[in-house]
Design a protein around this ligand. Structure first.
Ligand SMILES: [Zn+2]
Length: 479
C-alpha cells in the first residue's frame, strides 16, 4: 500500500527536507496568465464539488463545475469542459480539479459578533468559578481597552473567521473606527453596527451614528445601528433611532430575550415582552435583527414572522452563559425558521469563531424535539443569512453574485469517505466533523488566503502582538 511513507523516521524525512519542500511547492493551484497588474479575471477550473442554494433557495451540489469571475462578480458557473473561456480573458486560473479536487462553498456569513473582544480570549475559561463572576472580570478588562486594542482585537477576530471560511460579519460594538480600520486591512466584509446608546461608551448617541451613516460611501465597512437591549434607550432616543433606520434604510441590531431577566426588564419598562414592545416602539420590520431570541413566546414568534424580523441563533453562547434554548420547533411551526441566521458571538461566548461547529451545536441542541437538516443549516450560514442581513446578491454561487468563496480540500479529514452516489451527504460530513480551515478564500473576487496562508496578514506576528497587548491589558487591572 502506498499510504506508507518511505521515510519512516524524522531523521530520514529531514535528510531529504529539500525535496520535501520542493514537492510542497508543486502543490500550488494558481497559474498566472501573462503579466497582469491585477487579478481582475479569475477562472476557477473544475471544482470537484460546489455547494450552493439556487435562486429558489434549494441547496444544490454540483460536480465538476467551473466558475468565471470578473471584477469581484461571478459571471458564469458552468460544467467543466462545456465552455472555454479564452486565455486573453483570464488573469489567473485556479485549478480546483487536481489531486481529488476542491469543494467550493459561498463564504459563510456570521450574523452576530463583537470583534474587539478577541483580545479577551482566556479571560473566561470557566475551569473554576462561575459565569457571573468571570463575565464581571472580563468587563473590567474590556473597560481598560483603548482604540489600538479594539483594532488589534478586530484584526485577530476577522482573520480567524476568514480561516474558518467566513467572508461577511455583522459586528455589534460600541466603536466604529477601529473596526473599520481592521475591515480595510483584512479586506473582510463587515456590517459595522455601532451602538447608538451604550453603557460602556457613554458618549455614543444617535447623532454620532448618523455621522457614520451620512458618510457611508466613504467607508470600507457598512455602517449600521445597534443598541445593547431594548430597555436601555429613552423615548427621545428611540425617536431618533427610528428616524435613522428609515432615512438611511439601515439595519438595527440588538440583543433580545437572551435571558428571563432581560425579558422581565422589558416588561418592567414597557409592560410588554420584547417583540411586542418593539412593535409598539415602531421598530418591527425587516431592518430589525435580534440576537439570541431565547425567551420568546409563541405570540412573539408569530410577530417575528409577520414583520420579517431577523433572529440570530447563538446556541454555543446560550449554553456557556446558561441562557436557555431557542424554541426552534415553534419557529418551524410558524415558518419563522426562515428568518434565522447563525452567529458566533465573541470568544467570551464561543472559543472558536467558526460557523460549521455552530451549525453542529444547533443540530444537537434541538435534535430531541426537531431535526434541523444539514441543508437548512447550510442556508443559515449562506443564502438565508444574506437575505436577513439584506446583503443583496451575496451567499450563493450563481452568475451576478458577489465572488465571496471558500475553498476546502476534499481529500481531508471529515469529508472522506463519503457516498459518491449521494454527494449531498458531503454537506452533512462537513458540518458533523465540526470546524475546519479553508485552503483558499476569496472575498470580492480577491484571494485573501492562498495555499492556507493569509495574503495580507502575517499570522505569526499577529499572534505575538495579540499576546503582548493582552498581557499589557491585564497589567492595567493588576491581574
Ligand atoms: Zn452578543
Amino acid at each position: 500500500m502506498d499510504i506508507i511513507l518511505n521515510n519512516k523516521t524524522l531523521q530520514a524525512a529531514l535528510a531529504d527536507e529539500a525535496s520535501y519542500l520542493l514537492e510542497r511547492q508543486k502543490h500550488t493551484r494558481y497559474q498566472i496568465i501573462g503579466q497582469p497588474k491585477k487579478f481582475r479575471r479569475v477562472l476557477i477550473h473544475g471544482a470537484a464539488f460546489l455547494f450552493t442554494a439556487d435562486e429558489k433557495d434549494k441547496v444544490q451540489v454540483k460536480t465538476n463545475y467551473s466558475i468565471y469571475i470578473v471584477d469581484g462578480i461571478i459571471k458564469d458557473v458552468f460544467p467543466k469542459g462545456r465552455k472555454r473561456i479564452p486565455e486573453n480573458k483570464i488573469d489567473v486560473i485556479y485549478d480546483a480539479s487536481k489531486r481529488s479536487g476542491i469543494v467550493i462553498t459561498p463564504g459563510f456569513i456570521n450574523a452576530h459578533s463583537h470583534p474587539p473582544m478577541y483580545l479577551l480570549r482566556s479571560s473566561m475559561t470557566l475551569d473554576k468559578g462561575n459565569v457571573v463572576d468571570q463575565v464581571a472580570k472580563m468587563a473590567e478588562l474590556e473597560a481598560k481597552m483603548n482604540q489600538e486594542d479594539f483594532f488589534l482585537g478586530s484584526v485577530g477576530d476577522f482573520t480567524e473567521e476568514q480561516k474558518n471560511g467566513i467572508t461577511t460579519i455583522l459586528s455589534h460594538y460600541g466603536v466604529f473606527e477601529p473596526i473599520e480600520k481592521a475591515a480595510k486591512l483584512t479586506h473582510q466584509n463587515v456590517i459595522n453596527a455601532i451602538s447608538a446608546v451604550s453603557n460602556s461608551h457613554p458618549n455614543n448617541s444617535p447623532k454620532l451614528v448618523e455621522k457614520y451613516l451620512k458618510n457611508k460611501n466613504k467607508y470600507f465597512s457598512k455602517p449600521a445601528l445597534a443598541i445593547h437591549y431594548l430597555h436601555r434607550p429613552t423615548a427621545v432616543q428611540f425617536k431618533e433611532i427610528r428616524r435613522l433606520v428609515k432615512k438611511y434604510n439601515v439595519l438595527l441590531t440588538m440583543h433580545a430575550a437572551e435571558t428571563e431577566v432581560w425579558v422581565q426588564a422589558c416588561i418592567d419598562k414597557y409592560g410588554k415582552r420584547t417583540v411586542e414592545a418593539a412593535v409598539d416602539l415602531g421598530l418591527a420590520g425587516s431592518n430589525l435583527i435580534l440576537s439570541h431570541g431565547v425567551h420568546l413566546s409563541e405570540d412573539e414568534i408569530k410577530l417575528i414572522k409577520k414583520y420579517k424580523i431577523g433572529v440570530v441563533h447563538l446556541p454555543t453562547s446560550n449554553k456557556i452563559h446558561k441562557s436557555g434554548e431557542l424554541k426552534y420547533p415553534l419557529f418551524v411551526k410558524h415558518g419563522a425558521d426562515k428568518l434565522l441566521a447563525l452567529g458566533t458571538d465573541s470568544v467570551i461566548s464561543k472559543n472558536t469563531l467558526d460557523l460549521l461547529s455552530e451549525a453542529l451545536q444547533m443540530r444537537i441542541m434541538h435534535q430531541d424535539r426537531q431535526r434541523v437538516t444539514y441543508e437548512d443549516l447550510f442556508k443559515m450560514m449562506t443564502s438565508q443569512a444574506a437575505t436577513i442581513l439584506k446583503l443583496g446578491k451575496v451567499g450563493r454561487i450563481l452568475p451576478g453574485y458577489r465572488a465571496d468563496l471558500a475553498f476546502w480540500k476534499l481529500r481531508d479529514r471529515g469529508f472522506m469517505p463519503y457516498n459518491e452516489n449521494k454527494p449531498v451527504s458531503l454537506i452533512g460530513n462537513m458540518i458533523t466533523h465540526g470546524g475546519r480551515s479553508v485552503r483558499d478564500l476569496m472575498i470580492n473576487g480577491e484571494f485573501v488566503i492562498s495555499n492556507r496562508l493569509h495574503n495580507l496578514i502575517n499570522e505569526s506576528k499577529l499572534m505575538s502582538e495579540l499576546q503582548k497587548v493582552h498581557m499589557d491589558l491585564r497589567k492595567r487591572i493588576n491581574d
